[in-house]
Design a protein around this ligand. Structure first.
Ligand code: ZN
Length: 442
């Protein structure tokens, strides 16, 4: 952990040579522990290519001419100009954009009205009648909306200037993985909303922005494996993971520009390495144990997304994933020697580990939605019973240069890892198959 969080590694920036240096170090440690390589070409590393581009001009929403037709049967048709272009910061603010251009036919959904299913690839106008539409937006994106438009709501109006002053960041593409249901989201002013209300469903809508030439970045995962001895458990491997990257070098705070990421997530990486060392040195477990240290988590779980599409064993052969995130400090909301498991109530894995002695409890910060904020979620979305173990107590050094070794509680870290050894040794030698509880699989 000393090395991973040292200034020498410059914060292990996602997809940087510093992340590569961390990866090589981790691979060398795994080799020392007798863990077999499970990356590409017989090595521990699994290289991943990313394509990144930036928005370089204000995004625009275009209602395309020729598709708009008046919807009123009688009287004067509503005023529909031949072509409407709304600009970020003026009639609209664009909060999220996954790629340079998205378009689709307009579908208007009134959240106060009859529930309607989102048509695939539609640009959905969600009228939440002034309420914050966050959840409905997520749902529409998951159902396949190309983009979601919402009328302004009080919070968006208050922050209109702030939102206008910056352009959204495009999601970084992970080569070799399918495009997900990324959220594209624009808030419309009252006037713009009124115009849209009058347009018929099916009107062609496009959200677009000028972007820089795509830049190719290289990241990687480090993957090792301890093969299990019991063929009846060959389809029930256990994945222990953490992310090795952090924010790298950035804006200085109090003269310090290195975002060491000691707690986030050198601590979790250290836990996985220590578990690898112990499990690798004892008798071989009945179940296969895969150890994965992901790259580019901080760019949105990109290393784990690639891993999910190119796993060393079929995903269906993983019985569980435990991700270790930020266990280097105590969570004041918990008893001193405890850790929490995100999504505790969703499966029977946490309670089973606790029964076998883990000082593990439910997440005391449910409003933070940590379950969906780490690599475990990438795998959980594909059905793997996947949780994160953490003791992050919302400390102020989160994503700051001060998340450094000086702020690590080594006694806690040591106890935390030690307390999991017994329960994990039980898990990797048991027949126990963790299961999602009914309706709790994400
Ligand atoms: Zn993290």
């Amino acid at each position: 952990m000393d090395f991973l969080a040292s200034d020498q590694l410059r914060g292990r920036g996602s997809a940087t040579p510093d992340e590569l240096a961390a990866a090589k170090y981790i691979a060398a440690e795994l080799r020392k522990y007798g863990v077999q390589p499970a990356g590409d070409e017989g090595g521990y590393l699994q290289p991943v290519t990313l394509i990144k581009s930036m928005i370089i001009g204000p995004p625009r929403l275009v209602l395309r001419p020729g598709y708009a037709a008046p919807r009123r049967a009688t009287g004067a048709p509503p005023y529909v100009p031949a072509s409407v272009v709304w600009t970020h910061g003026r009639q609209i603010v664009v909060l999220r954009m996954s790629r340079a251009r998205v378009s689709g036919p307009l579908q208007k959904i009134d959240l106060a009205g009859e529930p309607r299913t989102v048509e695939r690839s539609a640009v959905v106008f969600l009228n939440a009648h002034g309420g914050n539409p966050r959840e409905a937006v997520r749902k529409a994106a998951d159902e396949g909306a190309a983009a979601v438009l919402v009328p302004e709501y009080p919070e968006a109006r208050e922050r209109w200037q702030e939102y206008s002053s910056r352009w959204p960041k495009l999601s970084t593409r992970v080569l070799g993985t399918p495009l997900g249901n990324a959220v594209n989201l624009a808030v419309l002013s009252k006037q713009a909303s009124a115009i849209l209300e009058d347009l018929p469903d099916g009107t062609e809508v496009m959200l677009k922005a000028a972007t820089s030439a795509p830049q190719v970045l290289h990241t990687r995962n480090v993957i090792g494996k301890i093969p299990g001895t019991d063929p009846t458990q060959a389809d029930a491997a256990i994945l222990l993971s953490a992310h090795m990257d952090h924010l790298g070098v950035g804006k200085p705070v109090n003269g310090d520009s290195i975002y060491n990421g000691a707690d986030d997530d050198a601590s979790g990486t250290t836990a996985v390495l220590e578990l690898a060392r112990v499990l690798g040195s004892g008798p071989r477990p009945r179940r296969t144990v895969v150890l994965a240290l992901f790259g580019s988590e901080e760019l949105g779980g990109l290393g784990s997304t690639y891993f999910r599409e190119h796993p060393p064993l079929p995903l269906s052969d993983f019985a569980a994933n435990l991700e270790f995130e930020m266990i280097g400090r105590r969570d004041p909301a918990l008893q001193a020697d405890s850790l929490f498991l995100t999504g505790w109530e969703r499966s029977n894995l946490g309670p089973a580990l606790a029964e076998h002695g883990a000082h593990l409890v439910g997440d005391p910060h449910p409003a933070e939605n940590f379950f969906a904020r780490s690599d475990n979620y990438v795998l959980a979305q594909k059905g793997v019973v996947a949780h994160t173990i953490s003791s992050y107590g919302l400390h102020r050094d989160y994503h700051q240069p001060s998340d450094d070794l000086a702020h690590i509680d080594f006694e806690h870290l040591d106890e935390a890892i030690a307390s999991l050894l017994g329960p994990l040794e039980w898990l990797v030698n048991s027949d126990f198959r963790p299961e999602w509880k009914a309706g709790e699989k994400p």
